[in-house]
Design a protein around this ligand. Sequence first.
Ligand code: EPZ
Length: 417
Amino acid sequence: MSRLLVNGGNELNGELRISGAKNAVLPILAATLMNAGENILFDCPRLSDVDAMIEILRAIGCKVEFNNSMMRVDSSVLSSHEIPEDLVREMRSSIFLMGPMLARCGKIKISYPGGCEIGPRPIDLHLKALRQLGVEIKEAHGFLECEVIDLKGTEINLDYPSVGATENAMLIAVMAKGTTRIRNSAKEPEIVDLQNYLNKMGAKIKGAGTSQIIIEGVQKLSGVEHRVMPDRIVAGTMLVAGAIAGGEIILKNVMVEHIKPVISKIREAGCMLIEEGNSLKLKSTRKFNAIEVTKTLPYPGFPTDMQAQFMSLMTIAQGTSIITETVFENRYKHVDELIRMGAKIKVDGRVAVVQGVKRLTGANVTAKDLRGGAALVLAGLTAEGVTIVNNLKHIDRGYDMIDKMLRKLGAEVYRMN
Ligand code: EPZ
């Protein structure tokens, strides 16, 4: 089980280019199934979740090459509509394959994606939308056997602005007969990137990024080239790294608009942040004010994927901060580990009360999920002494060599197997 050794105390200085977004490239990779052609994707991050998706695409017949950050996916010939169970279990995002596979082949057999570290992660909204679009779904023995009866555009009202359900409905509606209107759709920027990619293929979609998306069904799609949007959560995580460690860093290839809620919180905490086009400059003196209230919300609210990292910053702020996680049921597994490092945090249901302390101390801690693991690394940057972060596999799902990124900025972070 690989782990990270973090020797705390160094300031961070220097420049870092942010890679393509995990949560944009995963649904786009699923969408490559739809055009039965060759797709070239630029700025793809090297992540274990991306590797898992590539394995699935190859298992159903796609040809995939991945060199540096350029990926070539040829979906001309598909050999199966059954998604390998072990790969689905490994990565919940394989659920994005339902829409494209049903649009392309008219059927799919896929095992129920397990819950994961941050909650049960139901897919009821996905299934309800697919059924409304004319898909018959049999749920038995832990599998979903789906078949298109008559793929017709319709009106879909999502009970909750689910990112995945919005994307799955969008994907299958691209090739439905007639027009589909998705109301209360999620507004995340990754959905806009997916719309841009699909429209390049010949789809007719508008409204992504708003709470209403309209898709006009088409018959034919073609292979395309696309540059994946920058990862706003990696950018936010690196901003917190610069803030918590102190120093001056510059992040390149950032869509500043995508992380406004994170920027305003870090400014409120006391750091200087200068926006220069697609770059962000952060200066930190390691003195932070507590932020009284932070609530995670669907985009454009404060992102749930930044909650854990922001909590690490608040553990050494002056005063008490209250964080409320409204999106996932169980996204505080990093709290016990931060307490082992000397943090003072009390959790009651979805509310965490963080009382700032002078300094954290290095400890042997364990990553329980992707963003909670990143939060422990950030805490290690400022803690006195050495922190060992175990279960690195969680972090590698969403960060392309987090140790290399931080070392480039002057941190003492080393990977140990
Ligand atoms: C996407 O997950 C992201 N993953 C998550 O990022 C992100 O945290 C989440 O959106 C919210 O922004 C990818 O894009 C690959 P949801 P998704 O459907 O689509 C409930 C990370 O760290 N729900 O918006 O699974 C669900 O249980 C990951 O990069 C239902 O009840 O999120 C949750 O409480 C973590 N029924 C809430 O909605 C459904 O059918 C939000 O889930 C679907 C979701």
